[in-house]
Design a protein. Sequence first.
Length: 270
Amino acid sequence: TVATTSNTSLNFSNMTSASDALVNVDGISYTRKTNTITDVVLGVTLDLKSTTLTAATVMVSRDNTAITTKLNELVTAYNDFNNIVSETTNPKSTLDTYGATLVGDNTVRMIRQQMRQVILGASSTAGSTIKNLSQLGLSVDLKGVMTLDTTKVEATLNGNYDEVVKMFTGGYNNLGTYSSLPAGIAGDSVKKLNQLLAQDGPLATKSTTATTQNEKYKADLEKLQTRLDNLLQRYTKQFSAMDSLVGSINSQKTSLKSTFEGMMAAYTNK
C-alpha cells in the first residue's frame, strides 16, 4: 500500500528490468533465478551483491567444528562401551543389575578386543602420513579410557585433511556390509558392528545359548522342588508316626510305673 498527502498523482517507472543472475566460476558460467547461489561450489553460499567487471577471489576456510564434535561423540560412545564391559566382567563390581554378570565370559572379551583393534589399529585405507586415530589426537590410557586432544585434531585436519578422510572412509560412502572394498576405520567399524549385532552374530548366539541354558536350569529347579516337596511330605508322615509312637511309649511307661509302684507298696506295706 502506497499513501501520499500530495495533490499530484504518483507516477511509477521501471527503474531496473528483472533478469537472472549470471556468474562465472573457474571459467564455467552459471545462470540462476536468485542472487543467493548454493549449488555451484560445494559447501559454499555465494551471495551476489552487484556486477563486477573483473574477477573476484573468494577465500574459503574449512570449519572443523563438526568433525571435532563427532570425534568427541566417538570418545563418549567408546568409553561407555568400555565401562559397561569392565563392570560386567569385574568380579568386585558394585553396579546394580549388570555388575559382575559376565565374569570370565570369552564372548565379551572377544568383542572388546575386536572393537579396540578396529578403532585403534591401523586403517585399512591408511594414508602415507596419517594411518591411525592416535595421529589424529585420540589416545587410550592403561584403564582403557579414551581421550581426545582437540588441539592435535585441529592441526592434523588443517595439515592433512585429505589423508584423514582417506583414513576414515577410504573415499567411499555407504559401502555395503558384504563389500570387499577396504572401508577405512569408520566403514570397517560399521561392518564389524553389523557382524556383531547380526541375528547369527556372537551376541545373538550367546543370548540364545544363555536363554536355552536358563530354561534348562528352570526346568531342573522345578524338578528339584517337586522332589523336595515329596521328600518333605514323606518326612512329615514319618515324623508324625514317630511322634505317635513316642506318645504311646510314654503312656505305657506311665502305666508300667504305676503298676510297679503298686506292687512295691503291696510288698512293703507302704
